[in-house]
Design a protein around this ligand. Structure first.
Ligand code: ACO
Length: 427
């Protein structure tokens, strides 16, 4: 604690501690505000509110910096692997070779789903959105894995975390297989985490599936780029659900539901749809004009971010990865040219410059995923798969925090004041 903040309210002055983290903005600790003044703070969308203490991920949105446990995202995406980043997020430090091998082995031992879950899938319509299937199946895991739902036991919490990380690729791949009417493929633990997912998604029992290392690397990188992102909407949802003591599978299902929205995880699907709608570079000015028009609700999808007021560092890595995947797969998708020109035009347009609107991670991820062969409806499911490690790491951190309380925001009430009930025949 370094200093205090004074607040003048009618009739009194109150003083609150200013808390300092290891980096980033200080926070005013207003926990006693209501007790001292009878007032709440008002902050819809939590634009100025730190909801918890966390040591996982740090973002400096003005500078375009994203660190996981102190390590820059660019370095992790270039040099690390999704398994290593998962270990880092869950355990706080990078693993040594032995620790990484053990962790990878542990995850691989949990990749299968309870056999009865295959029947559960058959209850969905074939045209169900994969995110609807994911919400249902992940929520249902709590009915199958009772031995890892005691959240007061750190060992059970870790088993649940490993299960969720390990089973998510199987769940997502099965959602895809179900939608295209192909048989489910069991995991192959001789493959990497990402290679196994590719095989379960695109392989068929009739043929051997050979994992393309460039595609495997690109997808693994996409997973790293989506692994965690501080107290975003879905992570806050997981924490809020978990704060009541709900079991981990239920909490992650809540996170998946939140992630589905087009302002959050659904943006990569929306961004690619938008790029297809634009179609050719000559139509870009028309869409830019619509995005700037106050009377038109249209927004450039994949542009802008609540926290980044600079280039999203994840978008830089994504743009590079598009080129690598296109080269490897010999793809020439006109949509990429539209994206590049749209980005250039927007970055030179005073509207986007003044509002500090830059491409976010989702602007390019859809183009890569589409080149690999994923339908747009799977994009958010892939995001959920990758974000699961962040969710479980944040959930574990919250449960271990001695200051943790049930999340219970208050409100500024503007409804009717107390009035008497009138029977229906007298209204
Ligand atoms: N296109 C055009 N204008 C935009 C855009 C956009 N993509 N994003 C923001 N603006 C404008 C708003 O109209 C607003 O203008 P105003 O001040 O004149 O009213 C101003 O910029 C601020 O926008 P807010 O919505 O208040 O900013 P907020 O921080 O609440 O929103 C959000 C962030 C939701 C990401 C927004 O930028 C958006 O809707 N972007 C498109 C969807 C998207 O790409 N989402 C992905 C986020 S990344 C992720 O979840 C992984």
């Amino acid at each position: 604690m370094s200093d205090t903040a004074k607040l003048q309210v009618p009739g009194k002055e109150v003083e609150y501690p200013i808390l300092t983290g290891s980096t980033g903005p200080d926070v005013v600790d207003i926990r006693k505000l209501y007790a001292n003044t009878g007032m709440f703070t008002y902050d819809p969308g939590f634009t100025s509110t730190a909801s918890c203490e966390s040591g996982l991920t740090y973002i400096d949105g003005d500078e375009g910096i994203l660190l996981h446990r102190g390590y820059p995202i660019g370095q992790l995406a270039e040099e690390s692997s999704f398994m290593e980043v998962s270990y880092l997020l869950l355990n706080g430090e990078l693993p040594n070779k032995e620790e990484l091998d053990k962790f990878t082995y542990t995850i691989s031992r949990h990749t299968m789903l309870h056999e009865q879950l295959a029947t559960f899938y058959r209850g969905f319509r074939r045209d169900a959105h994969p995110m609807a299937v994911m919400c249902g199946v992940v929520g249902a895991l709590s009915a199958f894995y009772h031995d890892s739902t005691d959240i007061t036991d750190p060992k059970q919490r870790m088993i649940a975390s490993h299960r969720l990380i390990a089973k998510m690729p199987t769940i997502a791949a099965m959602a895809y297989k179900y939608s295209v009417g192909q048989p489910f493929l069991y995991p192959d633990n001789s493959l990497s985490y990402t290679g196994n997912f590719l095989r379960m998604t695109f392989g068929v029992p009739a043929e051997e599936y050979v994992v393309n290392p460039v595609v495997e690397k690109a997808l693994d990188r996409i997973f790293i780029l989506h692994a965690d992102h501080e107290q975003n909407a879905s992570t806050s949802t997981v924490r809020l659900a978990g704060s009541s003591g709900a079991n981990p599978f239920a909490c992650i299902a809540a996170g998946i539901a939140c992630l589905w929205g087009p302002a959050h995880g659904g943006a990569n699907e929306a961004a690619l749809n938008m790029l297809h709608e634009i179609g050719t570079p000559d139509r870009i000015p028309e869409f830019i004009a619509r995005a700037k028009d106050k009377n038109d609700p249209f927004r450039l999808m994949g542009f802008g971010h609540r926290v980044y007021k600079n280039y999203d560092p994840r978008a830089t890595v994504m743009q590079k990865t598009v080129r690598e995947v296109f080269k490897e797969l010999n793809v020439t998708d006109p949509v990429f040219e539209v994206a590049l020109q749209l980005e250039e035009m927007a970055l030179n347009d005073p509207y986007f410059v003044e509002k500090k609107l830059f491409p976010n991670v989702d602007f390019y991820s859809g183009i890569i995923l589409s080149a690999i062969g994923f339908p747009t409806t799977m994009f958010t499911a892939l995001f959920a798969l990758a974000r699961t490690v962040g969710w479980v790491a944040q959930w574990n951190e919250m449960i271990s925090d001695p200051d943790q309380k049930i999340g219970r925001p208050r409100q500024l009430y503007t409804g009717p004041v107390q009035r008497d009930y009138i029977p229906v025949d007298k209204r």
